[in-house]
Design a binder for this molecule. Sequence first.
Ligand code: NAD
Ligand code: DAU
Length: 337
Amino acid sequence: MKNILVTGGAGFIGSNFINFILQKRDDYFIVNFDKLTYAGNLENLKPSEEKKNYQFVKGDIINSELVDFIFQKYKIKYVINFAAESHVDRSILGSEIFYQTNVIGTNVLLETARKYEAEKFLQVSTDEVYGSLGREGLFTESTPLSPNSPYSSSKAAADMMALAFHHTFGMPVVVTRCSNNYGPLQFPEKLIPLMIINSLNNKKLPVYGDGLNVRDWIYVIDHNNAIDFVLEKGTPGNVYNIGASNEMPNIEIVKLILRHLKKPEDLIHYVKDRPGHDRRYAIDSSKIKNELGWKPEYSFDEAIAQTVDWYISHKSWWERIITGEYQKYYQTQYKNF
Ligand code: NAD
Ligand code: DAU
């Protein structure tokens, strides 16, 4: 049995990871450690909550005493650190919590994993640490880090710290850097769920700037499968880029969603740009493909259609969110930039 601490497992990618991995592996015992911020939702874990090899613990990764207790109690030997403040716009409105959770919290996890001699520490990172691309080229693992937002700078700091723990202490650390995810259970502050939900409600779709910023989209289950590959086979001290070679300008995604929902394009509303908005991300994931044998399995056309359908059929999931605590932010974020 592999005793794995999964942090941030009540968020979008973490909950999809737990539900996915517990379906195919009964040799994993997962402790889901999550603070349940606005982005954490235990409802996401319905398929896993009754399983014998699943345990939820509420807590903050910056709480070193509690993290130590969890390592001891559950004999943790593997860590997958999803826990983070993850939204760029929020990091522009207030950065402190990003450095607390993403940097200090990761430090607590690394120190505790070192003390208990963890066998693998997987730091879930992002392509945003590389900064922004021009029209040509792809991010490789050796692209210099050049983060531009408080969010991406906090993630870059955590990556460097994790790799330093490998270099200095010989800790078995691996870092993954994935491109933009989409799929079920994504919090509706992010582009794709926000556009789907606003379209369904016949509300305006706020497209930043000229709408031509490019993101490289991957289905969340392809990302999670890659994480399992890296956990199993990744070489300590290495970074692995994860992406599905699916670059698209934002406006194309927005129009595609409108077409799928048979809604008019006049819902599109160009708004003030995000400050410091990165122009283009695109990932070269040949290293994980060639060295570990991973490849993405979902086609964009099918997975985005399924994702739109998921939001149509899970109205109660997102209605509770947009009418709850999040409502204030949802209504005011654009004015505040
Ligand atoms: P999310 O915001 O949906 O979920 C984050 C989860 O972390 C929430 O459940 C939240 O409660 C928890 N959390 C936050 N602070 C915590 C703390 N101090 N202690 C314990 N738990 C805490 O984020 P996501 O989109 O699922 O992203 C997960 C990870 O993947 C992040 O590290 C993010 O940087 C990375 N990532 C995300 C994407 C993407 O497209 N969403 C792409 C690449 C990498
Ligand atoms: O690249 C990986 C990153 O992708 C992750 O590390 C982050 O955690 C995740 O949030 C995501 O960051 P982005 O900033 O790329 O995602 P977001 O969904 O916020 O925005 C995607 C693009 O859409 C971006 O160019 C900004 C634009 N956008 C976003 C929103 C919310 C709009 O035009 N309008 C919007 O309302």
